[in-house]
Design a protein around this ligand. Structure first.
Ligand code: ATP
Length: 140
């Protein structure tokens, strides 16, 4: 089975969406192998989103991601990476409400930044993101 990294971002936790999101996760057949609630600081948020460091929205993204705790989970099922991405919907939660009304971002996100959840976008990023938070979880 495949593993992916899922995260409920600060707006998701503050908005009390955790239980609803977990219900969707379980309904869709994912197992939650591990979970931690943690507060990202400037340094860890910047490392997590290093690929975006040159983007205009980077400073705002880091401010958002450090604005409160996040809940990080390792999800497992067949085709977990693509299925979780499909379930969360497009990056822009405003667009998600129109084009993917049943997606998680349509349920709890607001716009292209405050989109309440994260999911790894490839096998390589799933492996590196899982080891970023869970040193002891084998990503194989
Ligand atoms: P994630 O990596 O969090 O799952 P994603 O892969 O859908 O999201 P990316 O393009 O990797 O989207 O962007 C990472 C995060 O940066 C987004 O989830 C969002 O919070 C923020 N972001 C992306 N695009 C914008 C933008 N145009 N304006 C503001 N914030 C943005």
């Amino acid at each position: 089975k495949e593993k992916t990294l899922a995260m409920i971002k600060p707006d998701g936790l503050l908005g009390n969406y955790t239980e609803r999101i977990k219900d969707v996760i379980v309904d869709y057949g994912f197992s939650i192998l591990r979970e931690i609630t943690t507060q990202l600081d400037q340094d860890s948020a910047s490392r997590f989103y290093a690929e975006h460091s040159s983007k205009r929205f980077f400073p705002s993204l880091i401010k958002y991601m450090t604005s409160g705790p996040v809940l990080v989970m390792v999800l497992e099922k067949e085709n977990a990476i693509a299925d979780w991405r499909a379930l969360i919907g497009p990056t822009d939660a405003y667009k998600a409400k129109i084009t993917n009304p049943n997606s998680i971002r349509a349920m709890c996100g607001q716009d292209s930044e405050k989109n309440c959840v994260h999911g790894s976008d490839s096998l390589l990023s799933a492996q590196s993101e899982i080891s970023f938070f869970f040193e002891d979880v084998s990503s194989a």
